[in-house]
Design a protein around this ligand. Sequence first.
Ligand SMILES: *Cc1c(COP(=O)(O)O)cnc(C)c1O
Length: 362
Amino acid sequence: MIPFLDLNEINNPYLGAIEEASLRVLRSGWYILGEELLAFEKSFAEYCEAKNCVGVANGLDAIGLILRAYDFPEGCEIIVPANTYIASVLPVSYLNLVPVLVEPDPATMLIDPYKIEECITPLTRAIICVDLYGRSCEMDVIMDIAVRYHLKVITDAAQAHGSFYKNKKTGSIAHATAFSFYPTKNLGALGDAGAVTTSDAELAEKIEYLRNYGSKEKYKNDYKGVNSRLDEIQAAILNVKLPFLDRDNKKRREIARRYLTEIKLRNLVLPPADHIDEDAWHLFVVRHTERVSLIQHLDKAGVQTNVHYPLPVHKQKAYGNLNYLELPITEKIHDQVLSLPLNPVLTDSEVSYIINVVNKFE
Ligand SMILES: *Cc1c(COP(=O)(O)O)cnc(C)c1O
């Protein structure tokens, strides 16, 4: 069986280094907000070509803390893509802001930059763009809209560590970028972790307060903050793995290139092949009108797939107030997508096998 993602295989090469790093933290007697975190924040900011990086507890909080730091009044509107994981939208709701869902470009499945402007009202304060599957959004168009309407741009890059937009690193383009280091991401911890990158030093400092009860000096609280810290053990593990992120992304790009050139199944919609070396290829998402049979066909041949995602945010029970919305492009995508295995531990022969099995469908 070829598993969709085998985390044991992913982390095995780092076993010794992770043990050493974890023991170092254990023996230091300092477990929260210490040297490992500072070192990681410095390296990840450098990696993203951003001036600042603030470690937080997870990707969801990274988005939420950016929104909190901007302090938008309740009831303001935040533009979000309709095709995304629910974690991109939830932090908007937590703060009593209003998510305004925008349909994707059917080719990229990312927020359609040309549909943003028609959704802007006097209440709009920010655009959350999600670099879904590892591909960067159309940032030139989005940043231009932001300038004209005085909006903040927040990128959810939970799936896009190490991707580029026109030679610029993701994490250096939007006003603030949120990352997750959930174990399955391109850079994964062995538990929960996240970060914000930004070149706005004031915003970064405010998030440093907010993640720690609004405090940077013990028992002195300047804001009503939360507890959302990236702990020393996870930071130490991320310090071990970060130097290998580019190597892993290179492997992902090689596999994506093979899929894009060698998969020949008629009626299978492949992702666009115009940015192979810019994308982080977190997921390889294809579309087929007979998704259920294709998944069964692959499963029978021992190829495990996944669906990202089966039910759009506006059709979830949690968003009952949005269930009335009709977003046909988003809904069609959710009915047709499936993700083929794509990760840095897949071997050449496994990739060949997967391509062969896909091409033999029907
Ligand atoms: C994983 C993910 C998140 C949430 O990250 P957590 O660390 O699990 O909170 C947010 N947005 C997207 C697009 C994701 O893939």
